[in-house]
Design a protein around this ligand. Structure first.
Ligand code: HEC
Length: 156
């Protein structure tokens, strides 16, 4: 007990001296354990879109070009639809300071259209899947138009 208090005082002073620095904040968080609310990984939007959205989009584009022939092809579409739909939820954690309401609207719309694509793929319904896929891309592109000056307009 005595040994503990001998160390505790200098440690507390050290902690006080570091208050406010990023190291202190990170250390304080570490002491509390991991953040239990959804917490975006520290990346910029470019790395996020490239890392999370780009690959499933490219696979879907190829997979949706013609009616899928077998169950594994539909399964792959379901998987990518779900990744992009849940990706819409992740975008809601990354709202910009300006025009956050528009950002949130297109994130939610692309999430919901991705969910429709998932459902249609589960039912192996190509016309419905195509409709949901194109609707989803319309919402992706609406956000790209507004927040990216129209770069990366994605073709179905
Ligand atoms: C709420 C806004 C928003 C939505 C919705 C959105 N994106 Fe993006 N996306 C961005 C922004 C911002 C960038 C530009 C990032 C940068 O390079 O700075 C981007 C860039 C991209 C890129 C280019 C990545 C690269 O390598 O430069 C791809 C691919 C992409 N998005 C795919 C998608 C797809 C697919 C969807 C829909 C399923 C989607 N995005 C929905 C905001 C959005």
């Amino acid at each position: 007990m005595r040994a503990l208090s001998v160390f505790a005082v200098p440690l507390a002073l050290l902690a006080l001296a570091h208050t406010g620095s990023p190291e202190a904040t990170a250390a304080a968080q570490k002491d509390k354990g991991p953040a239990l609310a959804p917490t975006p990984v520290d990346t910029n939007m470019h790395d996020f879109m490239e890392g999370v959205f780009q690959a499933p989009y490219r696979r879907l584009k190829a997979a949706m070009a013609a009616e899928p022939k077998d169950a594994p092809a539909w399964k792959a579409i379901r998987s990518d639809a779900l990744i992009l739909a849940e990706g819409g939820n992740l975008l809601l954690l990354r709202k910009p300071a300006k025009d956050a309401d528009l950002w949130a609207k297109w994130s939610a719309l692309s999430r919901d259209a991705g969910g429709d694509l998932f459902k249609a793929a589960k039912a192996k319904d190509y016309p419905a899947a195509k409709k949901a896929y194109e609707a989803m891309l319309g919402h992706c592109n609406a956000c790209h138009k507004k927040f990216e000056d129209g770069k990366h307009i994605l073709a179905p």
